[in-house]
Design a protein around this ligand. Structure first.
Ligand code: NAI
Ligand code: MG
Length: 484
């Protein structure tokens, strides 16, 4: 069994307290590695290294071109090692290998995108009315503390590291305790690529480790993706030092189907929207809203097709749904399956597949006739559990869709362009797909309305979250100000 070290100040190190924790293959429940449990002392070392690298190290002198090239080299290395990374990602998270391969490719694309964007951070000339030159400069905002979840470990690390590094920040990143392995493999290349010590630090551990990063006075900004519960704790802690915060939190994304949608594509889109990555997706289309005219045919077709989804070992290339990430997540999803049986009509799945003795597998589960006030329609499950809800007309669909504390993503399916566009405008969500669900591109912004968080990742918006704005006023008049 492999014992990993974490990456601080350019070195692989153990935790100062010499504590380790086990990391699992959730599909077999076997321990596959041990990882240091980073404590406050380790966080302190990492933040001080990041602080020194930002304030006075060679990183502060790098050009945007240099930073861009480093990101391109990192992307190239990830592409070279894609097969091994995807296998480890799949093994550690339980996701199907085919999906892990997509994730690794997306991860490399994200580093490439921000490698290119590093040289396109533009300033501004402000048209002030005096004899002066007024400029706007964008500058890196400092040390970024980055706390990520377990559903897309490598991609989530890239969404946080890539824009921060392109901007010229330094980073202390904590992977989720369930899935710290792939980013630790990637960290082996940081030095040879040319990132100076302290620029990227990977500290492994649990919630307390994350909390120590948030509380540390040397950290300027926190970027977090995870549960709303932890999001609130982080906001309170960050308030003490007025830290910048961006958050990407919970979902209960509506996927709306009008009767005029292409029926086959709609069924596929409904299933894909909610069951991809075992439903462990922040934008999971877990509320499926269907116009009454096609409702019963739609529910039957969904239930029928869901039976063909192959739940299997993550490394099997024919697997469409692997295992959930952890025992905790398994128990959570299993309990919501039971809640659903009390609240609505079960039409598919509802339990654990019989084929497996071990592993955190659950069946793709569909509940029909769900009321939007039911717990399974309101609470984030973060697993393969769909709630199908009927609606009468466009206004009813929009009302139900927006009746949620969350607003990350939504989708609408219709062949009527006027209706589709009216619905797009009416939906309170940061991402709206039309006749598709889940495509995610590093070039386009990602983030939520309402309790799904604030700030945007990806695209040019992603780098702005790591930049400060400085106004510079240059007096061009040679006269004294002449006030006194
Ligand atoms: P979590 O929010 O507890 O964990 C996310 C990250 O935050 C992990 O790295 C964790 O170690 C860290 N963390 C935990 N407590 C912290 C604290 N007090 N201060 C700083 N960092 C802390 O999520 P968890 O427990 O893994 O999953 C629970 C539920 O959260 C899921 O069932 C799902 O509903 C939701 N979730 C949402 C995600 C999203 O992408 N929006 C991702 C993961 C989970
Ligand atoms: Mg938690």
């Amino acid at each position: 069994m492999k014992r990993y070290q974490m990456y601080i100040d350019g070195e692989f190190v153990e935790s100062k307290a010499q504590n380790w924790f086990p990391v699992y293959d959730p599909s077999t429940e076997e321990v596959i590695a041990e990882v240091p449990d980073g404590g406050a002392a380790d966080v302190d070392r990492a933040v001080k290294a990041a602080r020194a690298a930002f304030d006075s190290g060679p990183w502060a002198q790098t050009t945007a071109q240099d930073r861009g090239r480093m990101l391109f080299r990192l992307a190239a290395k990830i592409r070279e090692e894609a097969a091994a990374l995807a296998e480890l990602e799949s093994r550690n998270s339980g996701k199907p290998i085919v999906e892990a391969e997509y994730d690794v490719a997306d991860t490399a694309t994200c580093y490439e995108y921000y490698g290119g964007l590093a040289t396109k951070v533009l300033g501004f000339v402000n048209p002030v009315p005096d004899n002066a030159l007024s400029l706007t400069l964008k500058e890196p905002l400092g040390v970024a503390g980055q706390i990520i979840p377990w559903n897309y470990p490598l991609a989530m690390a890239a969404w946080k590291l890539a824009p921060a590094l392109a901007a010229g920040c330094t980073c202390v990143l904590k992977p989720a305790e369930q899935t710290p392995l792939t980013i630790l493999e990637v960290a082996r290349w940081f030095g040879e690529i040319g990132f100076p010590p302290g620029v990227i630090n990977i500290v492994t551990g649990f919630g307390e480790t994350g909390a120590a990063i948030v509380a540390h006075p040397g950290v300027d900004k926190i970027a977090f993706t995870g549960s709303g519960e932890v999001g609130k704790i982080i906001l309170r802690s960050a308030a003490d030092q007025i830290k910048r915060v961006t958050m990407e939190l919970g979902e209960k994304s509506p996927n709306l189907f009008f009767a005029d949608a292409d029926f086959e594509a709609a069924i596929d889109g409904a299933l894909f929207g909610v069951f991809i990555n075992q439903g462990e997706v922040c934008s999971s289309g877990s509320r499926i809203l269907v116009e009454r005219k096609i409702y019963s045919k739609f529910v039957d077709a969904m239930a029928e097709k869901a039976k063909t989804i192959k739940v299997g070992p993550p490394l099997d290339r024919t697997t469409k749904m692997g295992s959930l990430v952890s025992k905790e997540q398994y128990e959570r999803v299993r309990s919501y399956q039971e809640v659903g049986k009390r609240e609505a009509r079960l039409v598919s799945g509802g339990g654990r597949p019989k084929a497996f003795e071990k592993g955190f597998y659950v069946e793709p589960t569909i509940f029909a006739d769900v009321d939007n006030s039911a717990r399974i329609a309101r609470e984030e499950i973060f697993g393969p559990v769909a709630s199908v809800i009927p609606f009468n007309d466009e206004a009813d669909a929009i009302r139900i869709a927006n009746d949620s504390p969350f607003g990350l993503a939504a989708a609408v399916w219709s062949r009527d362009i006027f209706r589709a566009l009216r619905t797009v405008k009416a939906l309170r969500a940061g991402i709206v797909w039309v006749n598709h669900m889940q495509p995610t591109y590093v070039e386009a912004p990602w983030g939520g309305y309402k309790q799904s968080g604030f700030g945007r990742e990806l695209g040019p918006w992603g780098i702005d979250e790591y930049l400060e704005v400085k106004q510079v006023h240059i007096n061009l008049s040679e006269q004294p100000i002449g006030w006194y």
